[in-house]
Design a protein around this ligand. Structure first.
Ligand code: DHB
Ligand code: FE
Length: 280
């Protein structure tokens, strides 16, 4: 039986990817950011996943305003790094897990969580920056990755409650897959940031820290946060945090927080990172 044993959350700031690709990780601005991931890098290398289900958002790379699926599951064999304007990042091609992805699609759709099946898709910084933060710069990514793209770009995005419940459906789906696979779920994006308009540069440390405090013990409380509250408190891009609730829903009711990191700012964003595992 496949089993989700741990979850991870992290921001996905594109400048973090550029710092890795351009060899700047030891520079004074960047070093504290990367230090915050050392514990999780080591932990994941000691308990490696066969598959990561990686919840992220596409930033008008694979999709555009012409077509915006709310939840889109990558069922392809491979996903190429997207060209986001500077050429594709020099990172390995992402190897998918078509069989498990197809199984998840079938199981969650029959469980009444309709999602879009994607058989060809390039993946942008939303997916590749978290991989780089946790796995560094290997010649190949050390595990398969199932991309789950969530619309947090065009209103209305899904609610936090929908995301939490969707995560629970994903866990049921994974656990009904017959092959023994060790699966991690990652919820990416956030924390508070706003990239445009009069409030560009907004960061809300109390809001972020409350989110970090609460997601482990009381995700139901976070599921009550409405879109307008995310906008007001966490900035226009803070809505990316609903993706963390998919990760949380896919873990057990009781979890352990193995590592917590918060750093302000990287580029325009408050970087938040958690490593959680299921308490048995
Ligand atoms: C930044 C953060 C993001 O989440 C993003 O998608 C793009 C840019 C930033 O802080 O620069
Ligand atoms: Fe983003």
């Amino acid at each position: 039986m496949a089993r989700i044993y741990a979850g991870l959350t992290t921001s996905h700031v594109p400048a973090i990817g550029a710092a890795i690709d351009l060899g700047k990780t030891e520079q004074p601005y960047w070093r504290p950011v990367f230090e915050g991931y050392e514990f999780s890098k080591h932990w994941v290398s000691q308990q490696p996943p066969d598959v990561v289900t990686l919840v992220y958002n596409d930033h008008a790379s694979a999709f555009s305003l012409e077509m915006i699926p709310t939840f889109a599951l990558g069922c392809a064999e491979q996903f190429m790094p997207a060209d986001e304007g500077w050429g594709p990042r020099p990172v390995p091609v992402v190897q998918g897990h078509s069989e498990l992805a197809a199984h998840i699609a079938q199981a969650v759709i029959l469980d009444e969580f309709d999602l879009t099946i994607v058989n060809k898709m390039d993946v942008d910084h939303g997916l590749t920056v978290p991989l780089s933060l946790v796995f560094g710069q290997p010649p190949q990514w050390p595990c398969r990755v199932i991309p789950l793209a969530v619309n947090v770009v065009q209103y209305p995005p899904p609610t936090g409650r929908r995301c939490l419940n969707f995560g629970r459906a994903i866990a049921r789906a994974v656990e009904s897959y017959p092959e023994d696979l060790r699966v991690m779920i990652w919820g990416t994006g956030g924390m508070s940031h706003q990239l445009q308009g009069q409030r560009a540069g907004l960061i809300n440390q109390p809001f972020d820290n409350h989110f970090l405090d609460t997601i482990g013990p009381d995700p139901e409380a976070l599921a009550r946060i409405q879109h307008l509250e995310y906008l007001r408190e966490a900035g226009s891009e803070g809505i990316e945090l609903v993706m963390w609730l998919i990760m949380r829903g896919a873990l057990h009711e009781r979890v352990r927080v193995l590592h917590r990191f918060y750093h302000v700012p990287a580029s325009n964003t408050a970087v938040g990172h958690l490593l959680l595992d299921n308490q048995v």
